[in-house]
Write a protein that binds this ligand. Sequence first.
Ligand code: ADP
Length: 725
Amino acid sequence: MTRSIRCAKVAVLAPMETPLDYLVPDDLAVSVGDHVWVPLGYAKIRGLVTEISDTIETEFKLKPIAAKIDDEPVPAASLRFWLWAAGWTLTAPGTFLKGCLQALKTPKAQIKHGFVRTGAEPVKLTSKQMRVLEVAVLPMSAAELAQAAGVTVGVVQTLEKKGYLERVEFTTQGFDAPDPDFMTPTLNDDQAAADRLLEMEWDRQVFSPVLLDGVTGSGKTEVYLETVARALRDDPTAQVMILLPEIALTTAVMGRLKRRFGVDPVQWHSAISPSQRRRIWEGIARGEARLIVGARSALFLPYANLKLIVIDEEHDGSFKQEEGVRYQARDLAVMRAHQEGFMVVMASATPSLETLTNAQKGRYSWVRLEQRHGTAQLPDIDLVDMKAHAPEAGPTGDKWWLSNPLVKEIEATLARREQVLLFLNRRGYAPLVLCRACGERMTSPKTDSWLVEHRATGRLVCHLTGFSMKKPDRCPHCGALDSLTSIGPGVERILEEVRERFPAARAEIFSSDTTPDADSSAALIKRVEDHETDILIATQAAAKGHNFLNLTLVGIVDADLGLKGGDLRAAERTFQLLAQATGRAGRAEKAGKAVLQTYSPEHPVMQALKAQDREAFYAYEQMSREIAQFPPFGRLAAVILSAKDNALLNRFGRELSLAIPNTEGIDVYGPADAPLSLVRGMWRKRFLVRADRNRDLQGFMTAWLKSVKTPNAIRLVTDIEPYSF
Ligand code: ADP
């Protein structure tokens, strides 16, 4: 006899290719988005219900769902987006969802604390103890854990004592509703015109990607906040997400949002504590948290009723996740808006080539703000040809890095009691240390990259792995005493020169070393605003977002820096960084000036900057990308292989290259040594896949990579639309 039964597809939090089928017991009320325990082999495992259907019982005996977990269900639209994003990034759905559910690792509000597995390697554990560790992927109370693993609570307590489980505490608080009309600004004419265009787009209530394009200081933020207000006003349950590049920016924007909407927006970035994470995650899933400001990972929060996404500084490289599951948050955000039919605003003074091309081709609306707010003017830009103006040597014979034309400008600026920003995108004192006696370069033991000297701490640091060592007195290679020489400048070295040449000026460094967290960077920004600093020497930490009204000179110490290295976005990135950095000058009534030190003043990037001719730069860059059929004219993906055993890696690389399917419109290059071929003791190789725009890149990759079995000793990572290579 057959009967109708209810089945569920469950994406288990494990690297399974697809969701698995389970029976829904008659007495269990589950819906899509619910968290459940299901049997898998001999273990029980967590999962999310992705589908429910009525079916006729077949000869296959489905196992029933074991229990429902009392966690906030994932809203259907968010779940759909996560599963789509898993497919897009070629990630197993369970692996992807596990990442999205990270916040639930801290326990529920009702329970004061719970337990979750630590990173400790299991050594000599009983099978009962192992079962507990298998289920302890997300925190549960001791009783819940014991029940799920079929053991007594005593086993859980023992594991905590042994350091295999850790206790996590939790706090609760509500969310205040933002007031769209708390303080409405008076827009200037340009801003009002831009706002009217945005309003028209908004009123269509369909998928509508918009590039909000305007020079730094033109009031883009002011304008997009009106669209945010509109979204909050039109629907009292609407949620809005504002994506920002990084924490440093968050501090400044948070204050502005609070003044505009009367409440602290909900923040989401790496510095948010685990206990807050669960509270925020649940608040968003329930639709209570409505105004969310975050870094790229905020894209994967469980929004219940998302109605608008804003991506500020949309060109910024930090929207690209480069570890674990690799994704481009901007692109996926546009996809989410597309899936649900709402508006996405991308703001930038220097749009990515992708976004600009989409705007030019009419795929995105293009709203422009031409003027700076008030009387602020764009800075004059001087190129200093370093071939003709090589800096002189200092009194001790040490090389100096600031050319005479730049020094003269600094003197004049200081004499007017105005401030200077010297920009050099290099942390530390010197990027290379070598031995004068034997020529040995100091390199990181686990990578082939140079160790960077940090004089403030007296250490040599690998910026890639974090490895550091005290700077030795003797060359570790030949043993010569005091023979280690610092080559090239970092910000610390520029500070040294500035102190020597402008002893009366107050100078300090703005980099992730001097401002490791939001508080210290806020304090530094305040010191600059209060004019307690005359000369700020900054890495990219200061290149964007801040309004320093009295800062009228920007000196770019090495404008050529980003042009070296020959990667896809080198020129674009350099142009954006320099345009942003020079945009720091003269943001108020005072006229600003920027001085660029370069050895190649004839390079199109430098010429476009000097002429402030953004379109010329983009046209040049578009042409070179179009010739190669690289993004945005074609699509790219990378496959990165790594292994401890270089011979195995070479063999597997050859095997994979023989298996490349011959497909029209898709080219595969490689395997080549990855840009850093040895990282953390692992050898790396890389394939680059280029596809015409209309090809199924993911389908090609899946078919290709499935056709060869990857040995366990090799790690294979895919990267759709790699940022650099
Ligand atoms: P962008 O985002 O384009 O860099 P902002 O929105 O940050 O520009 O505006 C630059 C500065 O001008 C900010 O300090 C902002 O407060 C101020 N500003 C912009 N528009 C207005 C306005 N309509 N009224 C008052 N101040 C404004």
